[in-house]
Design a protein around this ligand. Structure first.
Ligand code: HEC
Length: 149
């Protein structure tokens, strides 16, 4: 009984310090970079299949994962995660040009959905075309809202 209580208390301490703590600007930036890296990794896996470097039959899985992950882009630019909050390539204009940025997000999400539909349908030419369109939306946002590197 005592042990259970101690365990419960220990878990509670963990909760407050690790789960319920208010995220810092650095936490938000680190999370965003991790999500963008995941999106980049999906793009890399998809490109390898589109260019026939490998012949895995993973297009649907990668496309679905890509669309799901791109659907979270809305959430990963909260106020307080800009250049004043830490080391980030996100430009301050994201938070001053909210309408333009929202459009860049929506364009990419629509392209990711179309790409996932093409992957479901399975026609290689249509998949390649839809992937090119999606990549164009990544570049479109990066050109305007990410530090050039
Ligand atoms: C609506 C804007 C937007 C869209 C759409 C977008 N990105 Fe990004 N991306 C950014 C911004 C801003 C950063 C910089 C993040 C930071 O440093 O905090 C970034 C960073 C990255 C990074 C670097 C992550 C790191 O480790 O620092 C990669 C890789 C990336 N994006 C890939 C992609 C790919 C691939 C797509 C398209 C499928 C995409 N992005 C779509 C805005 C966008």
């Amino acid at each position: 009984m005592k042990r259970v209580l101690i365990l419960a208390l220990a878990m509670c301490t963990l909760c407050t310090t690790t789960l319920w703590a208010e995220p810092t600007g650095k936490d938000l930036i680190d999370y965003r970079k991790t999500v963008m890296s995941a999106i980049g990794a999906h793009a890399g896996a998809i490109a390898a299949m589109v260019r026939n470097k490998v012949d895995y039959d993973h297009m649907r899985a990668q496309a679905a994962a890509m669309a799901e992950t791109v659907s979270t882009i809305n959430d990963i630019f909260p106020a307080g995660s800009g250049p004043a909050a830490g080391e980030t390539e996100a430009l301050a204009v994201i938070w001053t040009d909210a309408a333009g940025f929202a459009k860049a997000v929506a364009d990419s999400q629509a392209a990711a959905e179309s790409f996932a539909d093409a992957a479901d349908a399975g026609d290689p030419a249509a998949i390649g075309k839809a992937f090119g369109a999606l990549a164009g939306t990544c570049k479109g946002c990066h050109d305007n809202y990410r530090l050039a590197n």
